[in-house]
Design a binder for this molecule. Structure first.
Ligand code: NAD
Length: 487
């Protein structure tokens, strides 16, 4: 069957290449993390399908790149309108496919998907500055040329949201696209492909190839016909992709994992601190930016822990389609087992599990209870490794120098949260933190004009505003002499 019924909507399970649906000889099974329901057999692409898609994207490139930002912007704004008209449909599909909260998809995520497309289209039309510099009478004209085919590889934790952070600027810059969505969550990308067709995006400009990372993903990153690789995912996969990119010297943009600190200073508002701490369980902990290491000043540790406990105890775990649910399931049995492995090893090492620490026995399936590990040994696995589940650790500190060393003491540098009642104190800490994004007295606020990305092993490059175009475009300087003209 080439289409499946997902929440009452027909979703195609085949690839989308050159404006056509393309099947593969092989398929793989996709199930819902909510209750294990079989969703469908998804086309399992490999080298042949990737080659077809890259060729289609290359063939479509000259016309799309020459269309210019305004004509492209019109089509992309039409696409954003269609996303907005289909928010409910996209939200329902995404929730069934990845198990994240329906209410978040409806209110926050899918409107943001439309904004991702609209923002970058408008940025290319209105904000991208074509600088002109004068040098001894010579004129330097700086232009942002389209670069070719952008290969986009995305994870499962926020599938369409993260894909459109890449699709928006790539298409607005005049590149054409081959997207390889995560194998566990292929469905919204497929539905989105139908919307690109309805919006009038020409055939071949946007292509989707489904399949496993080791097959479709590696074929895409090794393809000599691509001009850019933009990847969001884990550090181990990024290392493999970096090797593949090296052969063709393909530029890469990497948004990777984290083990971010959430620092509560002695002068913090403790209610606010507890509210922010409990937010770190969002999306069942499957958020790259989560401040999973709660670092609390020793003088307020007991008072903070009490407030944190109250808020954590009030979280409701259950079906993500229920508006009352705060925490849904993990994405997949493989990932669930990985999370359980981290927690089981922490228990075996004698760490103090204050709450949670086990699968939710009542719900069964892929529901793991929100967990807090208290004062684990510095340097232990639970403190340094990204778990990507609802597992937080809490550690105490006594001085600013100590907390700065703790905060910066992992291989990651994606984000950090600081909770403080004193601006100068907060600034002293944030000045010393190594992270792509730091939130002070807040969490998850994101402006598409601002840079987003990771330091150290958390990434290469930045997304957002001009930084996205700096990656997807080929920046060119044309130097024109005042001499030699015949007029
Ligand atoms: P993953 O690295 O396993 O997979 C990500 C994507 O890469 C998938 O589409 C997968 O099929 C593909 N892939 C796997 N092997 C490949 C290969 N050899 N060649 C090419 N592609 C391959 O990551 P995941 O488990 O899907 O996602 C979780 C990770 O993503 C976490 O580490 C998380 O922190 C990170 N993440 C980072 C951000 C960010 O913005 N920094 C956002 C979300 C998730």
């Amino acid at each position: 069957m080439s289409t499946i019924d997902v929440a009452g909507v027909a979703v195609d399970t085949r690839h989308y290449i050159n404006g056509q649906r393309v099947a593969s000889a092989e398929t793989y099974v996709n199930t819902s993390p909510i209750d294990g329901t079989f969703l469908g057999d998804i086309a399992r692409g490999g080298e042949a399908e990737i080659d077809l898609a890259v060729r289609a994207a290359r063939a479509a490139f000259p016309a799309w790149s020459k269309l210019g930002p305004h004509k492209r912007g019109e089509l992309l704004n039409k696409l954003a309108d269609l996303v907005e008209a289909n928010i409910e449909t996209l939200a329902n599909i995404e929730t069934l496919d990845n198990g994240a909260l329906l209410r978040s998809h409806l209110r926050g995520v899918m409107p943001r998907v439309a904004m991702n497309i609209r923002f970058f289209a408008d940025f290319a039309m209105n904000e991208l500055k074509h600088d002109v510099f004068e040098t001894r009478g010579h004129t330097n004209n700086v232009s942002w040329d389209p670069s070719g085919v952008a290969a986009l590889i995305t994870p499962w934790n926020a599938p369409l949201m993260l894909a459109t952070w890449k699709i928006g600027p790539a298409l607005a810059a005049g590149d054409t696209v081959v997207l390889k969505p995560a194998e566990w969550t292929p469905l919204t990308a497929s539905y989105f492909a139908d919307l690109t067709k309805q919006a009038g995006i020409p055939d071949g400009v946007f292509n989707v190839v489904n399949g496993y990372g080791k097959e479709a993903g590696s074929a895409l990153t090794a393809h000599p016909g691509i001009a850019r690789i933009s990847f969001t995912g884990s550090v181990p996969t990024a290392k493999i992709i970096a090797h593949a990119a090296a052969d063709n010297l393909t530029p890469v943009s990497f948004e990777l994992g984290g083990k971010s600190p959430c620092i509560v200073l002695a002068d913090a508002d403790l209610d606010l601190a507890a509210e922010i701490a409990v937010e770190q369980y969002d999306n069942a902990g499957q958020v790259c930016l989560s401040g999973t290491r709660i670092l609390v000043h020793e003088s307020i540790a007991d008072a903070f822990a009490e407030k944190f406990r109250e808020k954590a105890a009030a979280l409701t775990q259950g079906d993500p389609r229920d508006p009352a649910t705060d925490i849904g399931p993990q994405i997949h049995q493989v990932h669930f087992d990985r999370i359980k492995g981290f927690v089981d090893r922490a228990i075996a090492e004698g760490h103090n599990i204050v709450w949670g620490g086990e699968p939710n026995a009542e719900l069964g399936g892929l529901y793991f209870t929100p967990t807090l590990v208290m004062n684990p040994a510095p340097g232990s696995e639970i403190v340094t490794s990204e778990i990507f589940g609802p597992v937080l650790v809490m550690q105490t500190f006594s001085t600013d120098d100590e907390v700065i060393a703790m905060a910066n003491g992992t291989e990651f540098g994606l984000a950090a949260v600081v909770v403080s009642g004193d601006r100068d104190h907060a600034a002293r800490i944030t000045n010393e933190l190594v992270a792509g994004t730091i939130w002070v007295n807040c969490f998850f606020v994101r402006d598409l004009r601002a840079p987003f990305g990771g330091s150290k092993k958390s990434g290469i490059g930045r997304d957002g505003g001009i930084w996205s175009f700096d990656f997807y475009a080929d920046v060119k300087n044309t130097v024109i002499s005042p001499n030699g003209w015949k007029e």
